[in-house]
Design a protein around this ligand. Structure first.
Ligand code: ADE
Length: 334
């Protein structure tokens, strides 16, 4: 049978050990945690499966982690798949009929589910039924397949791309936001303990400042700083070691990587600061439009380096200052 699970990304081994497994271990997103605990406790009290949940927010903020904790709290097993992996109705049928009552089905990138699959999902979510079409043309008939009472957890970076009929079938929707520096510092300290590496508090601060307010990035930078400290030093991550590791990775004081700076530079030098359309900017930087939308732009906008206007993307004065380019006003806006 076709493998419908999503392959683990590189570096996942360590990520698994760093991933918090309980509410107590999970740092940040306090409001979401509080809401989820109520929803979970109530459904446990009623002895019912959990309602379908939708998580959205930038990648690396903990949508998958939260879902694993929910499964653990519910004493349920969780099956992972993603929107693009479910190509045909048969794929969906195979996944759904293999679930048991109370199981959680996690669909990552659920904005990329195709329309036909979405149509099959509606009755599956609402009435736990799958209407399978057998045969073709005038002889086609439908068969109703009963399904276990599962919980769907959808995750997406683009909630606006989820059709409203699908969105409406989730019992609750939560937006994960960027983390505050204090929370990121706590996450770095926790991860360092798990990795069994000593780190100075100034190094924690430095890594936190450059981690794009994102735990996954913070953990990645911590691991690279650890490598550097083990090779170039005595193993202790000092502020100096962390700084050198970040310099080697070309990550600047604002947490921008080479790719981020190239996008801003292109916007400023080739398009006079914009406005420029997404497609044009993608072509000029040889980046995928999806990468611009999901990876680069959210952070550049969070820092106030880029704006999305009706006419297109624009570099802000702050972006000019960060790159050391003199801002002479935007001629395109006159
Ligand atoms: N590692 C990744 N995300 C985390 C979080 N929110 N809390 C603790 N450790 C984490």
């Amino acid at each position: 049978m076709k493998n419908l699970s999503i392959p683990p990304p590189a570096d996942q081994g360590l990520d698994q050990t760093l991933r918090p497994k309980t509410w107590q271990e999970y740092i940040g997103q306090e409001k979401i945690k509080r809401n989820l605990r109520v929803i979970i406790d109530a459904s446990k009290k009623r002895g019912e499966p959990l309602e379908h949940l939708l998580f959205y927010g930038n990648s690396g903020l903990g949508k998958t982690t939260l879902s694993h904790i929910i499964a653990q709290e519910m004493g349920a097993s969780i099956k992972m798949t993603s929107g693009p992996a479910i190509e045909r109705a048969g794929d969906l049928a195979a996944i759904l009929t293999n679930l048991s009552d109370g199981d959680i089905l996690f669909i990552d990138e659920c904005h990329r589910l195709n329309k036909i699959i979405e149509e099959y999902l509606y009755p599956a979510m609402e009435d736990f039924k799958l209407n399978i079409i057998i045969g073709k043309g005038p002889m086609a008939s439908t068969m109703e397949l009963p399904l276990p009472h599962f919980t769907l957890i959808g995750a997406t970076t683009r909630v606006a791309m989820i059709s409203s009929p699908l969105r409406n079938r989730f019992g609750a929707t939560f937006q994960l936001s960027f983390y505050g520096s204090e929370d990121i510092e706590k996450i770095i300290q926790r991860s360092a303990k798990i990795l069994n590496v000593e780190i100075e508090s100034d190094a924690v601060k430095l890594i936190s400042q450059r981690s794009r307010f994102t735990p996954r990035v913070a953990n990645r930078l911590l691991k690279r700083a650890r490598d550097f400290a083990q090779v170039e030093g005595q193993g202790l991550i000092t502020e100096n070691m962390a700084k050198k590791a970040l310099e080697l990775l070309e990550i600047d004081e604002a947490g921008l990587e080479y790719g981020d700076r190239r996008i801003l530079e292109t916007l400023i030098t080739k398009f006079e600061g914009g406005p420029v359309g997404l497609q044009t900017l993608a072509a000029a930087t040889s980046e995928e439009q999806d990468a611009l939308l999901d990876v680069y732009e959210p952070y550049l906008m969070q820092l106030g380096f880029m704006e999305r206007t009706p006419k297109g993307r624009m570099a802000t004065k702050l972006a000019y200052a960060h790159l050391g380019i003199k801002y002479k006003g935007n001629q395109n806006l006159l």
